[in-house]
Design a binder for this molecule. Sequence first.
Ligand code: SF4
Ligand code: SF4
Ligand code: SF4
Length: 578
Amino acid sequence: MSGFNITINGQTVQAEPGMTVLEAAKGAGFKIPTLCNHPDLPPLGACRVCLVEIEGERTLQPSCTFPVREGMVVNTHSPTVRQARRTVVELLLSDHPSECTQCARNRNCELQTLAEELGIREVRVKAPPPGHPVDDSSLAVVRDPDKCILCRRCIQTCDQIQGVSGLRIKGRGYDSIIGAPFDTPLGHALCVNCGQCINRCPTGALTEKTQIAEVWAALEDPETFTVVQTAPATRIALGEALGMPVGEIVTGKMTSALRLLGFDRVFDTDFAADLTIMEEGYELIQRIKEGGVLPQLTSCSPGWIKFIEHFYPELLPNVSSCKSPQQMFGAVAKTYFAEQAGVDPAKMKVVSIMPCVAKKFEAARPEMCDSGYQDVDYVLTTRELAQMIKEQGIDFPALPESDYDDPLGESTGAAVIFGTTGGVMEAALRTAYEVLTGEQLADVNIEAVRGMEGVREATVMVGDLPVKAAVAHGLANAAKVLDKIVAGEADYHFIEIMACPGGCLGGGGQPIPTSPAIRQQRADAIYQADVELPIRRSHENPSIKAIYEKFLGEPLSHKSHHLLHTEYTARTKATVQE
Ligand code: SF4
Ligand code: SF4
Ligand code: SF4
């Protein structure tokens, strides 16, 4: 269909059928403010901030849902529109807590920014906040309903991106509140801890459960030996949280900053990602050769693990028994590394820097103590690490670069790509190919499993064996693949599933905002980091060879099974969890 002309603020603008007024205005360079609208979600028209004047319409209309039509005349910033917009925002602020300076979203809050942009200096009608209690029952997500502006982005995210549908709106008007059904605290509700609702919340109503205070205490205790690990997707996002461009690779600055914070050893989760590939790759080979349960499903995304435990417990035998890289790291840090370094593991605290809030729940799982201690003590998100760097007064962009410590700091390009959707699959295939065929893979870039489509399928020839692979990211997409397995309509060997859109680079602990464009820039940076590393296959990592020679024996050995593998818990879909 061909486009047509409309008029916006006196200018002729080309529009396409199916566009909204908001999209047409944005394309022409007119900025209409929004609050409930989000690039990952369908338009809702709930907040009324994007109101515009349209000739022929009796009332102002929400531009995010109003379709363009040929010849229409729109004014996005007439005096009436500006006044209406100010009134909408003033009403939102009328019972909002005035505590920006103590809020986790201070200077990163869409409501605060909008109030500033609209020049609101007073709120004419002020009421006390509703006084709902803060819900900190979850290990991952904290809800502060008084800061909620009822935009419903969290409900849409949980429904449409994650397929969990764990949140509802209850009550009317002033009494409206968002939460789990039956007033269930989030920690006892049907929630997989993915934190995707946090990433799309415009205000401080949803935040991660912070462990910054506990980590400062460990760092300040001279008796405690502190070990930190950094997940693949943190190195391409931490800079973003500290004012640098999206997709800047800051690996060396991050290690320098962690040393300035006082960590005794700075290690890399990427080492454990290489270890995961050894264990998971050999597990896949064993399942294929010995007629084990197929398809094998990956296990490194804890939001995904909790999802399958709730929604498809009958498929748990398909899930790889490998712990996630975070948990493999904790188990070897408090055994192999502690032995080598002569450190008492009872005095060691392992801190993870993760793009993820579900990792906080994972670290606290009762089964995650195979080292004889809790394998990972504290989990900080990329955002929390950025906060600590600011608190310490570190000029992050100006930092010199440094390397990770040995022996848990050496890693490969295969490990870095764990941070993006398709990366675990590609890393596993790089190793499985060479183990199964005994030959070098001619090109380690396995483009067939890359991309941002929600579900991707590929057949990769490993010698004579056509390995049928699928990749899904976002749990609503995962459910589509799982439904095919349940219906007996899938003949895959290996499926990678990541809870978060884009994989870990779009995790619930990453810098806010998120959007498809931002996630693509982060993915590009991850593939760039892979190319820049001298070794790009997990099984060629010298430190991985060493840990098998000195400590584990071989992949899937008795010791590996004890430290690096785990079991899962079948749960129910009940909205209230015991
Ligand atoms: S949510 Fe935003 S407006 Fe509300 S207190 Fe926090 S920073 Fe301020
Ligand atoms: S953390 Fe994930 S599952 Fe839980 S409420 Fe938020 S979006 Fe839903
Ligand atoms: S909790 Fe956040 S995302 Fe959800 S409705 Fe409230 S303001 Fe919007």
